[in-house]
Write a protein that binds this ligand. Structure first.
Ligand code: 5AD
Ligand code: SF4
Length: 472
């Protein structure tokens, strides 16, 4: 579970983070030429993959003639795309459903749907537990929405939580609502086969499958032609991407070749699978961003074994060394879980020392949250008291704050190529954008520049979260 403190400190990154619970966003788009009177409200929780799925869902709804609203009070259909990764992610959704209950009392015609990971995890229990829910739709069933909505409209509760071995939604063009028009996500694969013992994802998103690379490249080309300048290739474990004769390194290359002005990012890499070929491909293309998210989860080999991560502390350290050897300017971030079943103080100290050694540029830190049905929930006892989990979490947050600040300090007086994303949150006089290493940079605007343009910015001030500079 993430504390308020981390949320604040890592806010700029969390916006783009995979598997991160966050307050949902609603979509507004009144441009649908097929527009009927029907209006849909969609709220998304969780990871980048879920936000990407919402763009597929919006596309299916648009074909049905729906337009979109950010005001649930004026909607006919309210869909919540949900996350199950930690207990608090689900709590947020329960809270939202309570809110919808009140709205439905006033507007009994409103159809309410629960989509995504919680739908898959809880299945018909959702219909039983929350009488207001009309539709339950798992992550592989979005094509079935027209039938499910129709049947819900006729008063039947409808559910489809079948997982598929093939579905990648390759032929559905996502509707990019609520974007900055500069950066977009492209889902390159779905599901996960890794079975990390703590993780619910393999159960909610099913088996791993890769999407046809032709459709990925086409989607990236279209985005580029529509003015986008950054794509993030998304998968639970991008290094195991494989479609026909194309592996992940080759896919990266194909997307990078679209234009040197199109930045390519990707997430998430797995320490056991990331290859030298991927690292050399990143090195070869200036537009493949020098930033790798490489979740460690723990710094102790016995805990890693219990987590079924498929590597040891030493293997992980060698991977970090390899990245720094091939890509000296590469930023590295990580995910850490503290308080996993049976984690002793000594084992926790191994995580502390790994973080001190690796000096990650960023980290997403959580305490273990048992998920029903996972291998860890079946095999091990969730025996670290919550207070102790929180103490450990605070300890690593403090270490990471220092690491992030030191990492940013190294950027003082350096000049970076920044892709302008839009106005800074604090002032319309300033732009914000990211450097290659994914660090958010704030700088004063200059006439003639707009989001999507590249500028060189020299950094003259840093905090642990942001770089502040000026255009040179
Ligand atoms: N408890 C806490 N954190 C978890 N994560 C995944 N499952 C759990 C869990 N049960 C974290 C991992 C993963 C990130 C997306 O979420 O660190 O990399
Ligand atoms: Fe979960 Fe592990 Fe797959 Fe990531 S790699 S989604 S942590 S099972």
């Amino acid at each position: 579970m993430k504390t308020k403190l981390t949320q604040k400190i890592f806010e700029p990154l969390i916006e783009k983070k995979l598997d991160e619970s966050k307050q949902g966003l609603a979509y507004e788009d009144n441009t649908n030429p097929n527009s009927s009177i029907k209006k849909a409200y969609i709220e998304t929780y969780g990871c980048q993959m879920n936000f990407s799925d919402t763009e597929i869902i919006a596309s299916v709804l648009k074909d049905l003639g729906y337009s979109f609203t950010t005001n649930v009070l004026e909607s006919d259909l309210a869909l919540i795309n949900t996350c199950s990764i930690r207990e608090n992610a689900e709590e947020k959704v329960w809270h939202k459903l309570k809110e919808l209950k009140g709205i439905k009392k006033k507007n009994p015609g409103l159809l309410v749907g629960v989509l995504g990971c919680m739908a898959e995890r809880l299945k018909s229990k959702l219909l039983e537990q929350e009488q207001l829910v009309d539709l339950v739709v798992g992550p592989d069933a979005y094509r079935d929405l027209p039938r499910l909505i129709e049947s819900a409209e006729s008063g039947m509760k409808s559910i489809n939580v079948l997982l598929s071995r093939e579905e990648t939604y390759a032929d559905i063009s996502p509707i990019r609502l609520n974007t900055n028009g500069v950066s977009a996500f492209i889902s390159i694969m779905r599901g996960c086969n890794n079975m990390c013992t703590f993780c619910i994802v393999p159960f909610t998103r099913g088996r791993e499958r890769s999407r046809d690379y032709h459709s990925i490249v086409k989607e990236a080309q279209e985005l580029y032609h529509n003015g986008y300048r950054e794509v993030t290739l998304l998968g639970q474990n991008v290094d195991s991407y494989h479609y026909e004769d194309c592996n992940f390194a080759q896919l990266l290359e194909k997307v990078a070749l679209i234009s040197p002005d199109l930045r390519v990012r990707f997430s998430t890499s797995h320490p056991k699978d990331i290859t030298d070929e991927v690292l050399y491909t990143i090195k070869k293309y200036e537009n493949i961003c020098k930033y790798i998210h490489l979740p460690a989860q723990s710094g102790n080999s016995a805990i890693l074994e219990k987590m079924n991560r498929g590597y040891t502390r030493e293997w992980y350290m060698q991977k970090i060394e390899r990245i720094r050897q091939i890509l000296p300017d590469c930023a590295i971030s990580t995910d850490i879980i503290v308080g996993f079943c049976g984690e002793t103080e000594e084992q926790f100290q191994d995580t502390v020392s790994l973080m001190q050694w690796a000096k990650f540029d960023y980290a997403y830190m959580f305490f273990y949250s048992e998920r029903p049905g996972t291998p860890a929930a079946k095999k091990f006892k969730d025996d670290i008291p919550e207070e102790e989990k929180k103490r450990r979490l605070q300890k690593i947050i403090a270490i990471q704050n220092q690491n992030s600040y030191n990492s940013n300090l190294r950027d003082l007086n350096q000049t970076f190529k920044i892709l302008i994303e839009g106005n800074s949150k604090k002032s319309d006089l300033d732009f914000c954008g990211r450097n290659d290493q994914n660090k958010m940079v704030i700088f004063r605007k200059k006439p003639g520049l707009k989001p999507g343009d590249y500028v060189n910015v020299k950094v003259h001030q840093v905090t642990s979260a942001t770089l502040i500079g000026e255009i040179i």
